[in-house]
Design a protein around this ligand. Structure first.
Ligand code: PDD
Length: 281
């Protein structure tokens, strides 16, 4: 495997950044993950738009012009022979002697791009069987709208899920309002058949897959609502599923040990998944 690190394509095993990189020391950086299907990058423009926004929120400059960045991404995919998989892109404020303040002299941002093929069997199994999740209390900062590499709460939530025999975790706030997954957005098909996801203006990451699913749902003629919903509504929903770049829509069949609907993946998430790649650019 080959990785791109700061201007060079290097063997993945040798790819490294400086020990004083601010991403390493302060999680002072942002990232994107994009899916690649049949050699095409899914929703690249929206991902790069969100990257620009994340960088702006951290008062960081783009590491290079969008055209050049796109060429780097395509080159990493080409060198790794990725047809169906993902790429990962990370930008940090760069290396500087450790000090919380932004470095006085402008640093060169660190840019890393890696890519890999994914095993279709793994995700196919999730689609066929659905997954079990736990809920965890929302304990993150209030800027989770920024796709920052500061993911310690998410790491702990996912591991807690695994330790409990589940595959993932959903953040729920103190009022029982469903926020999002540890690395995905949450959807329900409510008891009246409406497809529901919470608003993304604050409190969650505005997922690119989420945005595309809203388009897909409209084209499929589904009734859609962007509104908050609580745990009691989720537990009584016809369907619950996750959306993210790494798994389009993944059905959830059990939450905190309680079965959702009949315990099998629903038809709405399957229909959205089937239509998704026709519509994603
Ligand atoms: N995670 N919410 C959180 C907290 C996420 O980390 C992600 C994505 C999403 C979904 O966003 P999108 O549809 O743009 O992938 C929502 C990526 C896949 C990750 O961290 O690996």
């Amino acid at each position: 495997r080959i990785a791109y690190v700061n201007g060079r394509y290097v063997p993945h095993a040798d790819a490294a950044v400086h020990v004083e990189d601010r991403g390493f020391q302060f999680a002072d950086g942002v990232y994107e993950v994009c899916e690649v299907r049949q050699g095409l990058i899914v929703d690249l423009t929206r991902h790069l738009d969100r990257l620009d926004r994340s960088l702006r929120e951290l008062r960081m400059k783009a590491p290079m012009a969008r055209g050049s960045l796109t060429l780097v991404i395509r080159e990493v995919l080409r060198r790794n022979h990725v047809r169906n998989g993902i790429f990962y892109l990370q930008v940090t404020r760069g290396a500087a002697r450790r000090d919380h303040f932004f470095p006085a002299a402008e640093t060169v941002p660190t840019l890393v791009v890696t890519a890999k093929n994914t095993d279709p069997a793994v995700v196919t199994k999730k689609y066929a069987n659905g997954i079990k999740v736990i809920t965890v209390p929302e304990n993150r900062w209030d800027r989770v709208d920024i796709k920052s590499v500061g993911l310690l709460p998410n790491v702990l939530a996912k591991q807690q899920a695994r330790d409990a025999g589940a595959q993932d975790a959903i953040y729920v706030d103190r009022n029982g309002v469903v926020m999002e997954g540890a690395s995905s957005n949450v959807w329900i098909v409510a008891s009246d058949g409406t497809l529901v996801t919470r608003p993304a203006e604050h409190g969650i990451l505005k997922g690119i897959t989420r945005t595309t699913i809203l388009d897909v749902a409209t084209r499929l003629g589904l009734k859609v609502a962007e509104r908050e919903f609580k745990m009691d509504e989720l537990l009584g929903a016809r369907e619950v599923f996750f959306s993210s770049a790494t798994g389009s829509c993944v059905p959830i069949v059990e939450v905190d040990g309680r079965t959702i609907a009949n315990g099998h993946p629903g038809t709405t998430s399957a229909a959205i998944r089937d239509a998704f790649f026709d519509i994603a650019e």
